[in-house]
Design a protein. Structure first.
Length: 455
């Protein structure tokens, strides 16, 4: 059990008040409006040409979504029960906005790139496709240190593949056929869409109950709140600019994120084996999924299903690593260990000014200090997992979100784009409630009583 103080209760009440204002349309308006401004600014200020191209298209999509929400608000004012301003209509606008701000610019850039444009993809697209070619030809997606050193100095960075071996699968279509539809971003989008669709289906198939309420009306209201929370989680993983921009121009993080969300959805619906398989697939793509796998294994232990979760969560990444390890273990270590830790032949360009990077670059022995802080944060989370293991998918998502946020802040080499993981995980958490109680009343000033919720 976790004791919840009045301050935490008050924060939740304020968030729910904001999230449900005008039936959720107020926050929709803010999301799309701010996103339109972000995309417009990106168009004129970004130094990355794929980002500028994305912004030019996405700004229009976000603007149209903003206008659509304004119309919904006007309709709701005239008729609060209007179907055009209800939750199904919000789902439709979210889907159309994702198509306009993510899929359309992604396809546009893929077609332009196939036509000869060299400024229509970020470096990670090329890296993944080269990894696919190496996997097909040599049985491993990695170049060894000697092979990387033999490349011209300005090409050595592109010789690295700092991902898990499974990521190369998205580059295989390009290795077989040179066309717009074999662009790795197209397959990132396919994988992301499938994982999110499965997650939504899993959560919506689970009946929502209203605690002690037995009336059909109460259950319907509870289901509505669950579905509204699910929509907000989907928005965070799709139309939020940090996700839309990433998928349209680079994309490798989005299928990893979507599989983690799917794993948490399976955990929320008491399917530990499937949760392990989903997070294991994510872990076979990128290291960012490994902390999520660890938390879900601990969650599984509280269900006496730790082995079922671990079978997929550990087994799939190990199975993906084994061939690369057998073919060239030194190449594997150079790409997935030495390079991300800053000990490769070249320095990683991931240098966003978070605390870890600032400490590593500005202080004597700063890299060691940043590494020590990162280890200390990891140790603190590990102790918390042992003392208070997560007993619900909601708690698991919150631990993953805040834990990754701390890790991203303290890593010596990191990117702003990595924030999509904690933002999406934390927004996904409310959709994972299996039992949704009635909205809490506003806490009275000076309230001292505490209440509990299962962990």
């Amino acid at each position: 059990m976790i004791v919840d103080d009045p301050t935490a209760r008050r924060r939740r009440w304020h968030w729910r008040t904001l999230d449900t204002a005008a039936g959720g349309l107020a926050l929709d308006l803010g999301l799309y409006g701010v996103s339109a401004i972000f995309a417009a600014i990106t168009t004129v200020t970004s130094t990355l040409l794929p980002h500028r191209a994305w912004g030019a298209v996405a700004a229009v999509g976000y603007l149209l979504a903003t206008l659509a929400v304004i119309v919904q608000l006007l309709l709701r004012r005239r008729s609060p029960t209007s179907r055009l301003s209800g939750l199904p209509a919000r789902w439709v606008i979210t889907g159309l906005t994702w198509a306009a701000t993510t899929l359309l610019p992604l396809l546009w850039q893929s077609i332009d790139r196939a036509g000869g444009r060299t400024d229509r993809a970020q470096e990670e697209v090329l890296v993944v496709e080269q990894a696919g070619s190496r996997l097909l030809e040599h049985g491993t997606p990695y170049l060894g240190p000697d092979a990387i050193a033999a490349l011209p100095p300005d090409e050595q960075l592109m010789g690295y593949t700092p991902y898990q071996p499974g990521m190369a699968m998205f580059g295989l279509p390009r290795a077989l056929v040179d066309s717009w539809w074999t662009d790795s971003r197209v397959w990132f989008a396919v994988g992301t869409t499938l994982a999110l669709a499965l997650a939504v289906a899993a959560l919506r198939r689970t009946p929502a109950t209203a605690g002690q309420a037995t009336a059909g009306q109460a259950t319907a209201a509870t289901t509505h709140r669950r579905d509204a929370a699910l929509l907000r989680g989907v928005q965070a993983a799709t139309v939020l600019p940090i996700c839309a921009l990433t998928l349209a121009t680079g994309g490798d993080d989005l299928p990893v994120l979507a599989l983690c969300l799917l794993a948490l959805a399976f955990a929320a619906t008491e399917r530990p084996g499937r949760a392990g398989l989903a997070v294991g697939l994510a872990g076979a793509l990128k290291l960012f999924a490994w902390p999520v796998a660890l938390v879900l294994i601990v969650w599984g232990l509280t269900r006496r299903a730790g082995a079922r979760v671990a079978a997929g969560a550990i087994g799939l990444p190990v199975a993906a690593l084994l061939p690369a390890l057998l073919v060239d273990h030194d190449a594997l270590a150079e790409n997935v260990l030495r390079f991300p830790l800053g000990h490769g032949l070249v320095t990683s360009p991931a240098q966003s000014p978070f605390p870890g990077y600032l400490i590593a670059s500005a202080l004597p022995a700063g890299r060691l200090i940043a590494a020590a802080l990162l280890v200390a944060a990891g140790a603190a989370i590990a102790v918390q997992l042992v003392r208070r293991p997560p007993r619900t998918a909601v708690t698991s998502a919150l631990i993953c979100g805040y834990g990754l946020l701390a890790a991203i802040a303290l890593m010596p080499t990191t990117r702003f784009g990595y924030l999509l993981y904690p933002l999406a995980l934390l927004t996904w958490a409310p959709a994972l409630h299996r039992t949704v109680d009635q909205p809490p009343t506003a806490p009275a000033p000076g309230e001292r009583s505490s209440w509990t919720t299962s962990a």
